[in-house]
Design a protein. Structure first.
Length: 61
């Protein structure tokens, strides 16, 4: 019983690895660039809101 589970797990991991290796490099790069764009826009929004908060604090006496 344990052996079959172990065999199945290794087979699944091998399948996953093969699938990842067979994926076109383009798709991986697109996904990575999408993630990076998302992160950079998040950072931009954070810094903008921080600047706005800072400016509003400066205005208040």
């Amino acid at each position: 019983m344990v052996d079959t589970l172990k065999m199945r797990a290794t087979a699944e991991s091998q399948l996953k690895r093969l699938w990842h290796e067979s994926q076109p490099r383009e798709l991986q790069l697109k996904a990575q660039s999408r993630e990076l764009r998302h992160k950079s826009s998040e950072l931009r929004h954070k810094s903008q809101s921080r600047e706005l908060r800072h400016k509003s604090q400066e205005r208040e006496p």
